[in-house]
Structure formats: C-alpha cells, structure tokens
Design a binder for this molecule. Structure first.
Ligand code: BGC
Length: 414
C-alpha cells in the first residue's frame, strides 16, 4: 500500500468514526456536590462510547427551574436529546408527541425483566418505552448529626412526639434543631413526610395520590398540618430561600441536628467524606419506618433528526440501565439502583436499608409515590398543592382550617 493509499484509508476510517459518534445534549438539575458527581458518571459513561456530552444543567433543587427552561426549549423547537423528567410528567410530554420510542433499546437490553413492573409502566407511553430510569430515591428520611445529638443528649426520634422532644433538647444545647431551606419544593418534601408519619400509608394514598376530598378535608389532615407547622418553629430565621444542600451542610457541620430530605442528601454527606453510622445517621422520618415514598429519576428521550445523534441517544439509554452505571451513579447519588437483582456489596447501610424497605413495602402496600417529587399526580395539580402548602408554611396568620380548604381546592386543579 502506498503512503497515499494509507492516508486515504485513514481518512475514511476517521470519517466513519465521525459519522458514528454523535452528540447528546442532556438537561438535568444535578448541580450540588453529590449530584454533580453522579452527573459526571453519566457523562463519562456516554463519552466511553465515543460520543460527546453537551451539558444542559439548570440549577435549582427539585427541578422546577429545569422544567420551566425545558418547556421554552421544546416550544421553540429546540429540544435537548435527553431530559430529566419523572413520573406522570413523562406521559404528559409523550402526549405532546415530542418523545422518541426507544423500544428497540429496551427490547435488546431486556428492560421488561430488569425493572419492577410499576417502574417500567411509568417509563412507557401506550406500551412503548420513552424514558430510561436511573435510580430509586427514598424521600421519607431524617438525616441526623450524631455530634449534635451527642452534645444535646438527645435520642434519635422514631415518632413525632420523640421528634419534638429531641428538637427541644437540641434547641437548649444551642443547636438549630431542624435544617430547612424555605423553597416550595422543600416545604412540600417535609409536608409529605409529616403526612405519611402522622396519617400512615393508607391516609397518604387517599389524600395525596387519589386526592379524595373527604380525606383532604378530614381530621387527620388537620393534625398533619398542625404537626407540619410545629416543625417550622424549630427551623432558623435564615431558612427562607436556602438551597437544600446548604441545609444539609448545616447537619454535616453539626450546626443543625436534623433534616428531612430525600437520600440525595446522603450524596452530600458522602461527598463531604462523612460515614453513615459514625458521623451521621439515616433513619426513616418519624412514624414512617414501615413505609416508603419513592422518587425515580429518569431521562426522557426526545425525537431527534440527526442519525449520529440518535445513535448516541440510544447508546445513552442502554448505558443508563447497565450494571456498571447503575452502581457508580447510585453510589454517588445516594439512591439505590432501579435495576433489579443488583449486587449491593459496595453500598452503605442507608442504601441497604432502603433496598430492603423498598421490597418489603411493595409487598405490604405501603410503597407510595412522592407527591413532592412529581411521582403521584399530574404536574399542574402537584404545583397547585405545593403552592398552597408553602403559603401555609410561610403565613403564620393562616389557620389550619383555611390551609386545609386551600389545599383541597388546589387538589381539584387539572
Ligand atoms: C430529584 C433528585 C435531586 C433532588 C434535588 C429531586 O426531585 O429526583 O435527583 O437530587 O430533586 O435536586
């Protein structure tokens, strides 16, 4: 072969590679410490397949900002290849006709046999896969600073009475009892754990999944709201507007005693070099040990035109469900793998507890979708109830009765 022939061959090889390699623009809101590490694992997985990652991060815990930006991008005909969209919203986006059918990937990778059926159904629209799930987050956790509790001589609470006893002890010791960030989605996150703890799983389902008017207007709901509002009295005056990870940092440093937050908070503890059991404890939110509010993160795939980018998008979907990715991603994210039958040897006790409770609550009927994290009801209804809950949290003059009426009215939002 002459030099020129060799050069020509090399050029052809590069072009073929270039045609195969695509770009995937990925919208997500993972900008805090543990979240960013998890997002980096996703990026590395895609890059290992020879594709280019175009980061589309929109800061803002809970994803409200990201969803607003996504809407304007899609409306202007400029959708990203993949976007972090969850729960019933997946169906709403699919109904707009903008999501891609990724059944070929799902069939080749046998997703139907690797996912819990309840999760697989959410990832499908009219029987076709339109999204790939990455994890299972548990929302009903209480994160505890072992140092702060030791200083205060407080006992880790298992029910609401014990919670307020511990909060008093922390307060007396000069420690902020509850680390909170006053943003609507964080208020709502606390609210749903209080609802589950005070009312139990059946109440939670009737009130916050079925939106049953009698339950929303009933006596248990009123007790939930009173307890919720009492929690606020143990937060600090700088809570309004604070980001969730800054609230977690207060617990990490022992400035605050506890935080009610999903297990993405564990990603923060771990990223800060903290060890569960030793530096901090993960326990179920008061009264919720036998229940589980689940929050599954997933990536919806948008319809694309460019062949190479479609290939890259499918490679991303396949990689997301691989055992290697599910392990490294979830170790950083604080969640557990969504893929069934994974070896959890590298995971900590919080993750092992979560995994055991996920299976057990699925059997007992107390595995419930997180309303605060868009798993339970349509997005418009979620938003309306969330706003009503935060109005009550923020307005110390609003009565429980008025709040209850507002929430019940918000639940009728379609
Ligand atoms: C998402 C998590 C994320 C958290 C805080 C939740 O709604 O499911 O992945 O870490 O919000 O941003």
């Amino acid at each position: 072969m002459t030099l020129i022939q060799r050069a020509a061959l090399a050029a052809i090889a590069t072009t073929t590679l270039a045609v195969k390699a695509g770009e995937v623009e990925v919208l997500h809101w993972w900008t805090a410490g543990g979240e960013a590490k998890a997002a980096a694992a996703l990026k590395a997985t895609l890059q290992a397949k020879g594709h280019t990652w175009k980061d589309f991060a929109v800061a803002g815990g809970g994803g409200d900002n990201a969803m607003t930006v996504l809407k304007s991008r899609v409306v202007s005909g400029n959708a990203p290849a993949a976007a972090q969209i969850k729960g019933p919203s997946l169906q709403e986006w699919a109904a707009e006709g903008v999501l891609a059918n990724i059944d070929d990937v799902a069939k080749a990778e046998k997703w139907d046999s690797l996912l819990p059926p309840a999760v697989a159904n959410v990832m499908k629209y009219k029987g076709n896969y339109i999204a790939a799930p990455v994890n299972v987050h548990r929302v009903n956790w209480l994160w505890v600073s072992n140092d702060a509790f030791k200083k205060a001589g407080a006992k880790v609470p298992t029910n609401w009475d014990e919670f307020f006893v511990a909060a008093e002890a922390l307060k007396k010791a000069g420690i902020i009892p509850v680390a909170h960030g006053g943003q609507n989605w964080q208020d709502f996150t606390v609210f749903e754990s209080v609802a589950l703890g005070v009312g139990g799983a059946d109440f939670y389902k009737k009130a916050l999944v079925q939106l049953d008017p009698a339950t929303l207007n009933g006596a248990t709901m009123s007790k939930v709201l009173d307890t919720f509002k009492k929690v606020k009295t143990y937060t600090d005056k700088n809570a309004p507007g604070r980001d969730w990870n800054l609230a977690t940092a207060m617990v990490i440093k022992g400035e605050a005693g506890m935080q009610m937050m999903g297990d993405w908070a564990k990603g923060e503890f771990v990223a800060a070099g903290k060890t569960p059991g030793k530096d901090f404890s993960c326990v179920a939110a008061p009264g919720t040990a036998k229940a589980f509010t689940f929050n599954v993160d997933s990536f919806a795939m948008f319809k694309l035109k460019n062949e190479a980018n479609i290939k890259a998008q499918k490679d991303l979907a396949a990689a997301i469900m691989s055992t290697d990715f599910q392990e490294v991603f979830n170790l950083n994210k604080g969640s557990i793998p969504v893929r069934l039958n994974m070896n959890l040897a590298k995971f900590d006790d919080c993750a092992k507890l979560s995994s055991k409770d996920f299976v057990e609550t699925a059997k007992s009927g107390s595995l419930v979708p997180s309303i605060a994290h868009q798993m339970a009801v349509p997005s418009a209804t979620t938003g309306a109830i969330q706003d009503a809950v935060s109005q009550f949290w923020n307005d110390d003059k609003m009565s429980t009765k008025d709040a209850q009426a507002k929430i019940a009215a918000a639940a009728r939002t379609k």
